[in-house]
Design a binder for this molecule. Sequence first.
Ligand SMILES: Nc1ncnc2c1ncn2[C@@H]1O[C@H](COP(=O)(O)OP(=O)(O)O)[C@@H](O)[C@H]1O
Ligand SMILES: [Mg+2]
Length: 211
Amino acid sequence: MNTILIANPKGGSGKTTMSTNLAGYFASRGRHVVLSDMDRQRSATAWLNRRPVSLPLIHGLDGRGKHADSLSAEWSIIDSPAGLHGDKLSDAVKRADWVVVPIQPSAFDIGATEDFLEILRAEKAIRKERTFVAMVGIRVDPRTKTALKLQEFLDQAGFPVMTNLRDGQVYMQAAEQGMSIFDMRPSLVKRDVQQWAPLLHWLINADRNAK
Ligand SMILES: Nc1ncnc2c1ncn2[C@@H]1O[C@H](COP(=O)(O)OP(=O)(O)O)[C@@H](O)[C@H]1O
Ligand SMILES: [Mg+2]
């Protein structure tokens, strides 16, 4: 099983959006996907409940019961709550093959993420390179000063920046309809799908099931 933990202590940084879209992507490729919702707000679970039955199946877990390993998933995607810390964070990091950290270009988001990255750097599983961390810029407009500030911050963060996603209405539309951008009409999401490619490429190349 490939396990991806989506984490950032800041609320609204894009965790559930990353989680649902990653789950939607792997499902659209015919993979057996489990989406685990660790957040009490249950946004990922609500998204799954809105998902049309005609779309590729994603198995949902609400974090209270079984673990994804008992479902023999190929891809286990874990959406985490804001403020995940301490033993719960360490445990989740240890179980994951990857931690994907979405971050928006604002002083508040950068400030909140700074300490979190420090904690990640100190995690044993990450130091021993058993778990890998990737950053993803969210709602990034490369022409802005804030995007430059985010870039500067990420350059010294010590983790690779896999991609930057633009601020796109399609993410809100997809969320409302229980869809990922990978379930939408290709002409609507061409640019967005392209922006996901480097992150997906990185994950797929390390796919354990494929080896
Ligand atoms: N790239 C994006 N473009 C536009 N809106 C986005 C993008 N990523 C996230 N959002 C929106 O930002 C809000 C917060 O994202 P969400 O994924 O719920 O964050 P979190 O789970 O970290 O609290 C949501 O309304 C979501 O639709
Ligand atoms: Mg969320």
